[in-house]
Design a protein around this ligand. Structure first.
Ligand SMILES: NC(=O)c1ccc[n+]([C@@H]2O[C@H](COP(=O)([O-])OP(=O)(O)OC[C@H]3O[C@@H](n4cnc5c(N)ncnc54)[C@H](OP(=O)(O)O)[C@@H]3O)[C@@H](O)[C@H]2O)c1
Length: 343
């Protein structure tokens, strides 16, 4: 078996990593860290994992493993990367610490970077856009949830040259788990219940990630909505020339036909005619779709994911599968449920 550790295992994405790795045929989790819950069983923080015989330990003492998953807040991995890499052959980081390519971008969008020398070495994990570079990678930056939903929705339009001169407008709705287990006042049940709250009307940091990895500037707004899991991107794109529905099917099928985790959902009949986070909750699937609005010379493209899986832990395991040479879908093939309540 390939040994793994999860640093930051008491948090939301850490719990999802433990859940996915528990069902993975290749990985054996030997360490799960939490400073605040050290010595408690992982079931203490994650009741769905009460069956696991594993206790949290202090991240000050890292075990030697093949793969270390870091599910820690922004800034921790860049500070501790030397320790992480001493402990493991491969590091998969779920934070934003290694997603951007240059120190200048971190100066502009974050508070600088402690280890800019490593940025050129890290590989960005959206496997759908960077698969070949992830094979054998030793430092992996798992993509952000909003960026994942947006990039997957827009990638076929960019490749086909259907994005015109006008900057696309992207509106993302996200669930409360995006804020992490700490959450804060804005994520408390009483405050969050019933909201459709713009929380990053302009200037969201994922703009930089989308631009860097899609090669396209977007005007981005995010809303916090009343669901626990999920990110849904609605992207308004203005092509310079007429584009038909048939053109779009050709473009999207060309990019995603062989992708194991992308489902095209565009029109048709029934209740769920476009991508819907509820339909992928608990799974590593992304739904992508589109519609043409000829009257306004507009394409509306959609992307929907579970931020806890395709937007974080599942994407990280997918990247680790590629890096380790495993079957790329290993441990990730479970589907979601239907019907479900608010995910
Ligand atoms: N939530 C999402 O939808 C999502 C999606 C994509 C990416 N991400 C990224 O994934 C990372 C984790 O997110 P999350 O939502 O899981 O956060 P979270 O629920 O707040 O969990 C953070 C974890 O990190 C640990 N931790 C905090 N400070 C630490 C330190 N200095 N050293 C070691 N461990 C530390 C915490 O446990 P202790 O304090 O007990 O040690 C906890 O286990 C973040 O960078 C986030 O941006 C999140």
């Amino acid at each position: 078996m390939t040994t793994a550790s999860v640093v930051g295992a008491s948090g939301f994405t850490g719990g999802e990593l433990l859940r996915i790795l528990d069902g993975h045929p290749e990985f054996d989790v030997v360490q799960a860290t939490s400073r605040s819950s050290a010595n408690k069983t992982v079931g203490h923080a994650h009741p769905n994992l009460r069956h696991l015989d594993l206790r949290f330990s202090d991240p000050a003492e890292l075990e030697s493993v093949d793969v270390l998953f870091a599910a820690t807040p922004h800034g921790v991995s860049m500070d501790q990367i030397d320790r992480f890499r001493e402990a493991a052959d491969r590091v998969v980081d779920l934070s934003a610490d290694f997603r951007l390519d240059t120190e200048a971008e971190y100066d502009e969008w974050y508070d600088g970077h402690a280890r800019p020398d490593l940025l050129a070495e890290s590989e960005y994990a959206l496997p759908e856009i960077n698969r070949e570079n992830l094979r054998d990678a030793t430092l992996i930056a798992s993509g952000g949830c909003n960026a994942t939903a947006t990039i997957l929705a827009l990638k076929p339009l960019v490749d086909a040259g259907y994005v015109g001169d006008r900057t696309p407008v992207v509106d993302v709705k996200v669930g409360s788990s995006e804020g992490g287990a700490g959450g804060g006042a804005a994520s408390s049940h009483a405050e969050r219940s019933g909201v459709v709250r713009p929380y990053a009307a302009t200037g969201h940091r994922h703009e930089a990630e989308i631009e860097g990895h899609l090669g396209l500037s977007v005007a981005f707004t995010a809303h916090a909505v009343d669901m626990t899991r999920g990110a849904a991107a609605t992207c308004h794109v203005f092509p310079d020339d007429r584009v038909t529905t048939g053109d779009l099917w050709t473009a999207y099928r060309g990019v995603y036909d062989d992708e194991p985790f992308v489902r095209l959902v565009a029109g048709g009949s029934g209740v769920y005619r476009y991508p819907e986070p509820k339909a992928v909750a608990g799974s590593n699937y992304a739904e992508v779709g589109f519609v043409v609005d000829p009257g306004n010379a507009r394409i509306v493209a959609f992307g929907a994911i579970d931020n806890m899986v395709k937007g974080s832990a599942g994407q990280a395991v997918h990247a680790a599968n590629l890096a380790c040479g495993f079957v790329e879908t290993a441990g990730l093939e479970q589907t979601g449920y239907h019907p479900v309540g608010a995910p």
